[in-house]
Design a protein around this ligand. Structure first.
Ligand SMILES: Nc1nc2c(ncn2[C@@H]2O[C@H](COP(=O)(O)OP(=O)(O)OP(=O)(O)O)[C@@H](O)[C@H]2O)c(=O)[nH]1
Ligand SMILES: [Mg+2]
Length: 154
């Protein structure tokens, strides 16, 4: 796998590291390449990560899309050590997996005595993806099921 997010000290002052996370199939890789290429790509499950850089408004955003399969999720916390922000993708059309998404998000931010590496002032963006699918949950519903107000984020 062998990828490594450069530490804050070793990064340029205009560089920001963003993690793209979410359960498998939530659409993280699709969103990554929509941002990078401006179009939708065919994807396969991410085993490991995808890494891309985009420049915007004088800043350089390093985007790290970490796979969402069960066996990949321990990597989320490892990569979070050097992150400046988190984008968490949710498949808004798959209500059966909302509880799992909520559980993994809580675990990521640290619970049960496990220390989180996510700094409290790092922003979290929850991306309510797949809004085109009939009967997709609204932003308000996702905010509630993920219990976002309870998370220790700025
Ligand atoms: N209808 C619809 N399908 C989407 C959307 N975004 C992604 N998909 C589809 O959802 C499936 C999974 O997308 P991926 O981007 O591979 O999901 P992922 O979160 O990267 O999954 P892992 O790599 O396993 O973590 C693909 O078939 C995508 O085409 C969307 O907004 N609407
Ligand atoms: Mg992926």
């Amino acid at each position: 796998m062998g990828g490594c997010v450069p530490s804050r000290e070793r990064r340029a002052s205009n560089s920001r590291v963003l993690l793209l996370l979410g359960l498998d199939g939530s659409g993280a890789t699709t969103i990554l390449y929509q941002m990078v290429l401006g179009r939708r790509l065919e994807t396969i499950p991410t085993l490991g990560f995808n890494h891309e850089v985009i420049r915007y408004d004088g800043l350089e955003f390093e985007l790290w899309d970490i796979g969402g399969l069960d066996k990949m999720r321990p990597l989320w916390r490892q990569y979070s050590r050097e992150a400046n922000g988190i984008i968490f993708c949710v498949d808004s059309a798959d209500r059966s997996r909302f509880p799992k998404a909520a559980e993994e998000l809580k675990k990521f931010f640290g619970d049960g005595g496990r220390r989180s590496f996510v700094l409290p002032d790092n922003p979290l963006l929850v991306f309510a993806n797949k809004q085109d699918v009939a009967n997709a949950a609204s932003v308000a519903e996702i905010e509630e099921v993920l219990d976002l107000s309870s998370l220790p984020v700025g």
